[in-house]
Write a protein that binds this ligand. Structure first.
Ligand SMILES: NC(=O)c1ccc[n+]([C@@H]2O[C@H](COP(=O)([O-])OP(=O)(O)OC[C@H]3O[C@@H](n4cnc5c(N)ncnc54)[C@H](OP(=O)(O)O)[C@@H]3O)[C@@H](O)[C@H]2O)c1
Length: 240
């Protein structure tokens, strides 16, 4: 199996890649941080990856999208995992148009642009797995810029899944809840937090079973169903 991982230095992506490395998968890894990317690549090779290629790639540099995909699609790709994301500061976004645009760009605009190019290159039987978030299921005052970007991404993936169905390319939307990763390092951890390894196991299963949308862990499906049911006149008064 040949796997392209965009944002391979993500803790969730790395934990997922380790599970596939054990089975001898081939990888093309991209990431912004060359030092971290090489550490991840070496670790996956030590764990059993049968072939390893890496490339430096910042997803917001739209001018680089074409070249990076030309490089990574020299051989057919079976699975693409798209992980980049930033949990920007909501208050900073409220104070700065630039901060808001940057947040929307990484988490939605650049990701959607890249996915469009990826979709054009995949062959029947391939899977595109993209990490969205439960935060995209309902706008909340504490993180609605990040949440709206992920919400937009989830809708985009819904359309992409529909559009690629006939071509036999599968699209998986991954919606994790709270995960203990560098992204959430500055937040205090409650009982709903899980380690990236838990999410990784769920992602691998969902790829293999060709799931459409997965909440990880599963309990978030119930939590978000309840949150979505709260009537707007009540929801707008809540401090969430
Ligand atoms: N942690 C959670 O609670 C949680 C919950 C729901 C969804 N998610 C989503 O899960 C995904 C993975 O996050 P994580 O939890 O594994 O956190 P993480 O370890 O901090 O990973 C975030 C990754 O995004 C990469 N990234 C950010 N901006 C980028 C850009 N412009 N171009 C390329 N890569 C970029 C980072 O690269 P650098 O190493 O270069 O910074 C890093 O590899 C994200 O999409 C996130 O939104 C996380």
């Amino acid at each position: 199996m040949r796997i392209l991982i965009v944002g391979a230095t993500s803790a969730i992506a790395e934990a997922t890649a380790r599970l596939f490395a054990k089975e001898g998968a081939e990888f093309f890894l991209t990431g912004r941080n060359s030092g971290r990317l090489e550490i991840v690549a070496k670790d996956l090779t030590n764990r059993g990856a049968s072939k390893m290629q890496t490339a430096i790639f910042d997803i917001t540099k739209l001018e680089d999208h074409f070249a990076i995909l030309d490089q990574s699609f020299l051989s057919p790709v079976d699975v693409v995992l798209v992980a980049p994301g930033t949990l920007g500061d909501q208050k900073a976004c409220e104070a700065s148009a630039e901060a808001t645009v940057k947040e929307l760009s990484t988490n939605f605009v650049a990701t959607a642009a890249l996915l469009t190019q990826i979709a054009n290159r995949l062959e029947r039987g391939a899977v595109i797995a993209v990490i969205s978030s439960v935060a995209g299921d309902r706008g909340r005052q504490s993180n609605y810029v990040y949440g709206s970007a992920k919400g937009g991404l989830s809708i985009f993936l819904e359309g992409l899944r529909n559009s690629l169905y006939e071509a036999g390319v599968h699209v998986l939307t991954i919606k994790p809840g709270f995960v203990d990763t560098p992204m959430t390092a500055h937040l205090s951890k409650g009982p709903l937090y899980v380690k990236p390894e838990v999410i990784a196991t769920g992602i691998k299963k969902a790829i293999e079973r060709r799931k459409n949308v997965v909440y990880l862990p599963f309990r978030w499906k119930m939590i978000m169903a309840i949150i979505r049911m709260i009537p707007e006149p009540l929801f707008k008064r809540m401090k969430l």
